[in-house]
Design a protein around this ligand. Structure first.
Ligand SMILES: Cc1cc2nc3c(=O)[nH]c(=O)nc-3n(C[C@H](O)[C@H](O)[C@H](O)COP(=O)(O)O)c2cc1C
Length: 203
């Protein structure tokens, strides 16, 4: 079984989403010692922003300058890694009300027409629905249903939209929130998320 682990936090060892995503991978690895894990640290090795040159350069028979071809290849590698995975674990921090730009740059390489989705007469169809996706969303404030800030949350909601668009309609999402509300709130949120990680169904 193949697992892809992707982290989008810029906070290194202080990151809550990294701590919890690592705990999830450790748990799945303990259940499956032969688990084949690919790790992509998007802060350490960010993917470049998607560009028009790369979109054009990824077309069949395109002739590319070396820098554009390198960029096309980086995107293809990220896509291939995603396609190969049976399970995808995503560490997804909330920065300025949405996902980190590093994670967005990865998503821009994963949503590829004709590969992970296609449009037909009936509208859009997701083509990547065979994967289990587990995401950890970590946020400083409180955005739960019914809270005043709920409508300002564009990380979990955006991730759910993106995943559903490519066919992953039931992602398992663990939320750690209230991280910025003081040390006790942070500890409580982290402990709750780690408990949720420990309660995930086996791979
Ligand atoms: C650059 C930056 C922007 C942030 N923006 C928000 C925000 O818009 N709303 C919020 O509730 N928390 C915000 N936070 C707090 C983070 O959501 C919180 O630290 C969370 O744990 C981030 O995930 P991480 O620890 O995995 O990096 C921000 C933190 C940083 C560093």
């Amino acid at each position: 079984m193949k697992l892809l682990h992707v982290d989008g936090s810029i906070l290194g060892p202080h990151s809550v989403s990294r701590t919890v995503s690592a705990a999830i991978v450790d748990r799945l690895r303990a259940q499956h010692p032969d688990l084949d894990v690919a790790y992509r640290d998007l802060a350490q090795t960010p993917l470049p922003h998607l560009s028009g040159a790369v979109l054009a350069g990824a077309q069949p028979n395109a002739t590319n300058a070396p820098d554009v071809q390198h960029d096309v290849d980086l995107g293809r590698q990220a896509l291939d890694e995603f396609l190969a995975a049976d399970v995808v674990v995503i560490g997804a921090p909330l920065y300025n009300f949405t996902l980190s730009s590093q994670l967005k740059a990865w998503i821009d390489r994963i949503l590829v027409a004709g590969v992970t989705f296609r449009y037909g007469p009936a509208g859009a169809e997701g083509l990547a629905g065979d994967k289990r996706v587990i995401a950890v969303v970590s946020r400083g404030g409180l955005y739960g249903p019914g809270t005043p800030a709920a409508a300002a949350e564009h990380a979990e909601t955006y991730l759910r939209t993106v995943l559903a668009f490519i066919g992953i309609t039931a992602p398992e999402i663990i939320v750690a929130e209230g991280i910025a509300l003081g040390p006790e709130a942070r500890e409580r949120a982290l402990a709750g998320a780690l408990d949720a990680a420990a309660a995930l169904k086996a791979a």
